[in-house]
Ligand binder design. Structure first.
Ligand code: SF4
Length: 327
């Protein structure tokens, strides 16, 4: 049974939150809102949204600002890469105009599929479907999708449903209705099925599976390896040790990594910083030290070889090794 679009839109029309970009959805205002609300609550970003529009009323004004000014005005919102992308995108808009299609919007720095569809539908009235966490949850429940929507094929199905559900000609309202419905009624825990406007078309409700959808089992936490890495750089070159021929990073060279400073080579250790590295099955959290070494290096731990190397012609290094050398 298809979702009851009319019931959902009526629900939205009756009582949606009165957010400023909804009454006047300019492309610039919607874009700012979508970027600022990523990983940030609406109540938190609203003063920033108003502040940006007051200080830089157009993308051209934002483009003319110095990056440092924009970063300063962003202070407190977090995830500063968003501010950098916003500034770079404003300069692209100044030079090439504001794109009005999903494809064109995707070319702006920091604009992914969700943001592009949101701007295209809300600001330009394009029939583009958005899929955020709220929409995904509602679709998995109404369509009673039992598989994990993080699986590529299932993600595609969810996306196809989102496009199929779209209220053509009112895509902006439809997308916002669906997102707001997911955020306020069809919530992750304890969905309010009793007052749900689309309960008659919800297959999960009919099967009693709504609490099991979306089916996203928790991924097992990766074990963490805490250790130290030691860098010795001197006229002989940089000290590197080679891993055994089997196991993790087999045969690759790296600055020696040992469980603690007591077992690490060298003397006069000075901590230079942490390095994090995530493998598919474990996470390395390393404290990196610079040190000196008198005499010949001795093998430590499981390493099968150790020696000094000229880094202009290094042996085979892992990404982890490069991170340690750069720390
Ligand atoms: S009936 Fe319940 S689970 Fe189904 S869409 Fe409505 S709120 Fe969500």
């Amino acid at each position: 049974m298809p979702v009851d679009r009319k019931a959902l839109l009526d629900w939205y029309d009756r009582g949606h939150r009165d957010l400023p970009w909804r009454s006047d959805p300019t492309p610039y205002g919607v874009w700012l809102c979508e970027v600022m609300s990523q990983q940030t609550r609406i109540e938190t970003m609203l003063p920033y949204w108003r502040g940006f529009l007051a200080r830089w009323p157009t993308p051209q004004d934002l483009a003319a600002a110095e990056l440092d000014e924009v970063l300063g005005a962003w202070a407190g919102l977090g995830y500063y890469s968003r501010a950098r992308s916003l500034h770079a995108a404003a300069r692209q808009i100044r030079d090439k105009g504001f794109p009005d299609t999903v494809v064109g919007l995707r070319e702006l720095p920091g604009v992914g599929p969700y943001t592009a569809a949101a701007i295209a539908s809300i600001a330009f009235g394009r029939d583009a479907a958005v899929v955020d966490g709220n929409v995904e949850r509602v679709i998995c429940r109404v369509e009673d999708i039992a598989e994990d929507p993080r699986i590529a094929a299932v993600k595609k199905r969810v996306s196809a449903h989102a496009t199929g559900w779209l209220e053509r000609g009112r895509a902006g309202d439809w997308n916002q209705a669906l997102m707001e419905f997911g955020a306020t009624v069809c919530t992750p825990r304890n969905p309010d099925c009793g007052s749900c406007p689309v309960s008659s078309s919800c297959q999960a409700l009919a099967s009693g599976t709504q609490a099991l959808r979306p089916n996203k089992p928790r991924k097992q936490k990766q074990p963490q390896v805490r250790a130290v890495a030691v860098r010795v750089a001197e006229s002989r070159g940089v000290l590197l040790a080679r891993r055994p021929e089997t196991g993790l990073l087999a045969g690759l060279w790296e600055p020696p990594i040992t469980p603690s400073l007591e077992t690490a080579p060298g003397t006069g250790h000075v901590e230079v910083g942490p390095v994090k590295h995530v493998f598919s099955h474990r996470k390395y959290l390393l404290r990196v030290f610079d040190a000196q070494l008198d005499g010949s290096p001795e093998l430590v731990g499981d390493y099968v070889d150790i020696g000094f190397f000229d880094l202009t012609e290094p042996p085979a290094l892992s990404t982890l090794a490069r991170k340690i050398l750069k720390a």
